[in-house]
Every structure is written in C-alpha cells, then in structure tokens.
Ligand binder design. Sequence first.
Ligand SMILES: [Zn+2]
Length: 291
Amino acid sequence: MRSSRFSPPSLLGAALVGLTLTAACASDPGEAGPAPAPTPAATEPAPTEPPASSSGDPNPNPNPTPAVSCFEDLTKKGVVYEKATARGVADAIVVKGKINDVLFADEMQTKPTPQPMACAFVQTLWQLADVLKGHAIHRVGALGSYCYRCCCAWSETNFCRGPSDPEPSCGSNGYSNHSWGRAVDIRYLFTDDGKTYDVNDPKQWVMSTESTCKVARAKQTGTSKFLYDLACEIAEKKVMSTVLTPNYNDAHRNHFHMDIGTKGAPSGFTVKSDKPALVDEGEHADACGGH
Ligand SMILES: [Zn+2]
C-alpha cells in the first residue's frame, strides 16, 4: 500500500512515543464554498490573519479564544478528557474514555487513542457515534488523527512538526487538516456481533472509479455495500465536511479520511458542511494524489 506510516517526533511528550500514524491528505473541497468566519470576542481587537504559509511564525493561531463552551458541553455529555498542548490546536484535548458510547482507538487497540484532538472535533465524533451505533458499531480503529505538517502525504521532509521545529513552508499546498486535530483516518470498524470491517481489504471495500455515493454505491453488495452505505450516510447527515474513501486516491486506500477542518490557520471554530459532505470529490486530487 502506498500510504506511509511514520512515527511522530516527541512533540507531545511520552504520550505519543511509539505511536504510528498514517499519512493522509486532507483535501479540502470546501475551499470553494464560503470561507469560515473567525469569531473574535467583541471586546477584543480583531486578530491578525497570518499569511497562508506562516513561515517563521512558530505559533500561527489567529483565534486563541478558548472554546469554553465546547469543554463544558463535553463535560455535560460525560466525556472524560484532559486538556492537552498540541501545536496548531487551540482547544486540544485527549479523550480518556468512550465518546457517545463509542470507543475511538488506534488500529486494533481497545483503549482510547492518546492522540490530541480539537474539542470541536470531539463534538463531531459524538455525532459520528450516533451514525455508527445505528449500524451496531461501538468501536473504531483509526490510523491517525493529529500531525502538524503540510498537505498532503507524510514524508521524511513533511513530517509531524513538534513545538520546537521551524514552521514548515507549505506554499500553495497549505497545511494538512491533520495539523488542527480536526481529522481522523478510520480503517477498522467493529460491530457488536463480533465482525471486524477493514476498509483496506479490497474484498470488503470494492474499489470503483465511478462516483462513490451514486453509481458505485448502487453496484455494491454485501460487506462493500455496508461500507459504502456507511461512508455515504456520514456525508448525507452532514457530520463531516469532507469524507475521502479508498476511491479517492492511492494514499487513501486503507482508510476513510474525515475532517471538519480547513486548510487555513488553526482555530477553535467549527467548520462543517451546510450541505452533505462531498465524498471523493475535491479540487486537490493533483496535490493529494502523489502519483
Ligand atoms: Zn486523513
């Protein structure tokens, strides 16, 4: 498989040592839509938008407003978490238990992922859990979520930056949405009857070059239909801004990429589709394909 595996640097201390993430592009078809509007507090001076490349700025965060309401919301919902520090993530937390009765773990593990996520993204995973539970899924295995790097695929020169690394010059590619803790790459889905679905298995997700949620979906049967229906339902319910499946490109062969981020600067606000999320459609196929 093409998708690169890598070990992030010690950017998050011991919590992340030894973890592996999967590089994936964070294509952002939503860029063509309305730009998300930062919402600075009225009494504060408007933050200055940094240049897109932000080269030389070790902390390019235009919207440091703490998402207090998000933290409170999670606490009210019973989500157990700890606040964390992660470059590029204004409202980083590490979740210590299930989210809406669904375990978001790394790969085949049975404990919550120790990777930091934006608080707003955990709220999104709560909604995602509602969809998953509708299919008797109470556990997922992710390949990775957080990695501060340029779009798209991880490489030895496009590695996960730690707090002391120089700001990468991402140029027109921009940053990966994984930089903001607002994306997840899901490979495994575990159903209550003991089945393990593996997106990377070509017999389970049958590849297609036709439109994923229209022509291709209609041709699926069995397990592949289950997986197509799930990806498309997540899009139709507007849980995510972007859903990329193995049909998108080789770099996504082994997972569903889902994100609510943008390729702009990190922030605490939530960006979601007001329309069903685009599935395998975007303007960055060239940049993200790598082939
Ligand atoms: Zn991804």
